[in-house]
Design a protein around this ligand. Structure first.
Ligand code: HEC
Ligand code: HEC
Length: 267
């Protein structure tokens, strides 16, 4: 039940993000809003003056998370700019130069925009090499029909994710799960033991994806016991195994997956 709710909720969120995005695009944009250098300058200013309350990666702390759009009011670029400059509640006014204020607004906005739309540092070719051989991500993940099936298909991940979420997916894979990838171990009434990923579940049937990728429908009344694991099968040690440049290159490759042709060219 909770599982179904999550899927429905994710769909709703995606739809409202898209609606918001269409609205955002109608208004004329401040020239800094999609300028990689200005966003980078904003990131540095953020680390100095904002990270203490909103977290180094924007995940929140004394102040709300800035990477989950649902956690703060979606606002126009102007409102974002003025919130930063003038403060809100216990948040102090930043009172910066106009340029610095817009750099911060551009950085904060980049945290919730689809990754494909925000220019990012890094070398996508090196990222692709890591993805398919160095870090072996493609053992589990498929892009454009190539790769494994035990993780989500990432062919469109640049449109459905944001830069901070891509980073977090690699550095802290247990932070949130993609529906359809919860590992489970089952014992059936006939004594058979099965393990795999729970793809779907109704009151009558459970769909399990076995290690070899085969889907098996298991009538619920044949299940003796089931253990759902609250941990992803994605390796948890990339943050120590990969260098920070590796992570940046991987993200720069992933963000291009699903990008419209006009924005796929690397910086
Ligand atoms: C002293 C802690 C603190 C600092 C420093 C701080 N903030 Fe905040 N920020 C908050 C709190 C608390 C809120 C929620 C305020 C409220 O809604 O009453 C907030 C809200 C926000 C919001 C969302 C407002 C909304 O209505 O949803 C944005 C955007 C934001 N801060 C950006 C920044 C930026 C950029 C900086 C650095 C220039 C910064 N903050 C510095 C504590 C802080
Ligand atoms: C052993 C299999 C496995 C390997 C290897 C693996 N992943 Fe994953 N990955 C998963 C699974 C399963 C999920 C879904 C569950 C979750 O969200 O943790 C996932 C989730 C993700 C997501 C989030 C997808 C979404 O829909 O939001 C991203 C991005 C990702 N992985 C990237 C990578 C990258 C990059 C690598 C290599 C550095 C990698 N993965 C290696 C299994 C794997």
């Amino acid at each position: 039940m909770q599982h179904l709710f999550r899927i429905a909720f994710t769909g709703f969120l995606a739809a409202s993000l898209m609606a918001q995005h269409a609205k955002d695009e109608e208004a004329a944009k401040h020239p800094f809003m999609n300028d990689a250098d200005r966003i980078e300058a904003g990131r540095k200013a953020y680390l100095g003056g904002c990270a203490g309350c909103h977290g180094p990666e924007g995940g929140g702390g004394r102040g709300p998370s800035l990477i989950e759009r649902g956690a703060w009011h979606p606002m126009t670029d102007e409102n974002l700019y003025f919130t930063i400059q003038k403060g809100v509640g216990i948040m102090p006014a930043a009172n910066l130069s106009e340029d610095r204020g817009w750099e911060l607004a551009a950085f904060v906005r980049s945290l919730t925009a689809p990754a494909a739309e925000v220019k990012a540092p890094g070398d996508p070719a090196l990222g692709q090499a890591l993805f398919s051989s160095g870090a072996a991500c493609s053992n589990c993940h498929r892009i454009a029909g190539k790769g494994g099936l035990s993780g989500p298909d990432l062919s469109n991940i640049g449109r459905t994710s944001t830069l901070p979420k891509l980073r977090r997916s690699i550095l802290d894979p247990d932070y949130e799960y993609t529906p359809g990838f919860q590992p489970a171990s089952l014992v059936l009434r006939n004594g058979d033991k099965l393990s795999g990923l729970v793809k779907d579940r109704t009151n009558y049937v459970l769909q399990l994806q076995l290690k070899d990728g085969m889907l098996r429908s298991i009538p619920v009344d044949t299940i003796e016991s089931m253990e759902l694991k609250n941990s992803t099968i994605m390796p948890l040690d990339y943050k120590t195994r990969l260098s920070s440049d590796d992570i940046i290159n991987l993200v720069s490759f992933l963000r291009l997956q699903g990008a419209a042709p006009s924005t796929t060219s690397a910086k």
